[in-house]
Design a protein around this ligand. Structure first.
Ligand SMILES: *Cc1c(COP(=O)(O)O)cnc(C)c1O
Length: 378
């Protein structure tokens, strides 16, 4: 089945006898046992709930994984995943990461005895150089947030496979519609389901997808023990959002391509970071490993004043955190997603007062361009 069909027909509840087109919301915390020592397959909703099970099945199919676990947010998924590690373990991570992941690693995981090296993943020699006997995993985000750097997943997988390290890929920006990290050699895929999978800026969710039964069992144990599970209603919202994933991704990418080109030609815009532009340094890798470039654009303007003006003047592209929904959103990474990253570290990555990040939605592109044009007027 092709991916756009899977998005719509990936959730069929075989136990249903009513003919309901959609999966029911099993709004229950617990389940009656048929007899002593017997189970219907469901005992308590923290462990599993039929609605959540359906969304997990579709996500596992979409990502070509063995199993998928649905969490109450992307950060809940990443925090649970970190329970795979022990004091003394070392993880190599992309230097450009979602701010929440950096905060978790530096402030909670480090306290728990896990150490990190943050590196630019574009040169695989650099990964090899920082591997130590204690290294257990490589964590990448590609394209990265907000600098849109692309990592060659298959190249990194060659290194991790040889050494028995876990390769963990945050696939939030491209979704399985455009990129399949497990097929490229990753072991665990992470999603903030809040973004494109939900698609409507109305639900928080997170996913871990794994390539082995062994990882599935270890994570299921952590999952039922720590309990950040996705509620039945929110599971249903993700199932509903997924039905339009293919059309949304296509439209958002088409709009992003038009907008990136328009921004590149604007006199107040000094730099545009979009992997779909032929001028992007990682254009070729993106084309090789993904079916599309996504709809996230970061861009630099000529002054802090211009950046602030845009945020205050936009009417269609709303000034709000988050991404991936049908509404275009524009954010100020310095004050939002990366507010907790120390200034020096942040600026070294190019996240400064002139950098804006835009998640392009499905509005008419001419309206989005007109909106930005008026916001960029002096
Ligand atoms: C938003 C985001 C997260 C965190 O997900 P939440 O659902 O907000 O907890 C993790 N990684 C990336 C790339 C994100 O954009």
């Amino acid at each position: 089945m092709e991916i756009s069909t899977l998005c719509i027909h990936g959730s069929t509840d075989s136990s249903d006898t009513t003919g309901s087109i959609t999966v029911p919301i099993y709004q229950t915390a617990t389940f009656v046992h048929p007899a002593v020592g017997q189970s219907t397959g469901y005992d308590y909703s923290r462990v599993q709930n039929p609605t959540r099970e359906q969304v997990e099945k579709i996500i596992a199919k979409l990502e070509k994984g063995v199993d998928a676990l649905a969490f109450s947010s992307g950060m809940a998924a990443i925090a649970a995943m970190m329970e795979l590690f022990e004091p003394g373990d070392h993880i190599i991570a992309s230097e450009d990461l979602y701010g929440g992941s950096i905060r978790l690693f530096n402030n909670l995981s480090r306290k728990n005895g896990i150490t990190f090296d943050y590196i630019n993943m574009s040169k695989t020699e650099d990964i090899v150089r920082v591997i130590k006997p204690e290294t257990k995993a490589v964590f990448i985000e590609t394209p990265s947030n907000p600098m849109m750097q692309v990592t060659d997943i298959a190249e990194v997988a060659k290194i991790t496979k040889d050494r028995g390290l876990l390769l963990i890929v945050d696939n939030t920006f491209l979704t399985p519609y455009f990129q399949l990290p497990l097929r490229l050699g990753a072991d665990i895929v992470i999603h903030s389901g809040t973004k494109y999978l939900s698609g409507h800026n109305d639900t928080l969710a997170g996913f871990l997808v794994v390539n082995s039964e062994e990882l599935s069992q270890r994570l299921r144990y952590i999952y039922k023990t720590t309990g950040a599970c996705l509620s039945p209603f929110d599971s249903w919202l993700i199932i509903r959002g997924l039905k339009t994933l293919a059309v949304r991704m296509e439209k958002q990418q088409e709009n992003a391509t038009r907008l990136a080109t328009w921004l590149s030609n604007h006199s107040r815009v000094t730099k545009v970071y979009y992997p779909g532009l032929v001028s992007h340094p990682d254009y070729e890798i993106s084309k090789k490993q993904a079916r599309g470039f996504g709809a996230m654009i970061s861009f630099e303007v000529d002054s802090e004043e211009t950046a602030r003006k845009i945020l205050e003047r936009v009417k269609i592209a709303l000034y709000a955190e988050s991404l991936g929904g049908v509404e275009s959103l524009i954010t100020y990474p310095m004050l939002q997603t990366h507010a907790d990253v120390p200034k020096e570290e942040r600026e070294a990555k190019g996240i400064h007062e002139r950098l804006l990040r835009m998640s392009v939605g499905i509005e008419d592109i001419n309206d989005i361009i007109e909106d930005l044009a008026q916001a960029l007027l002096s």
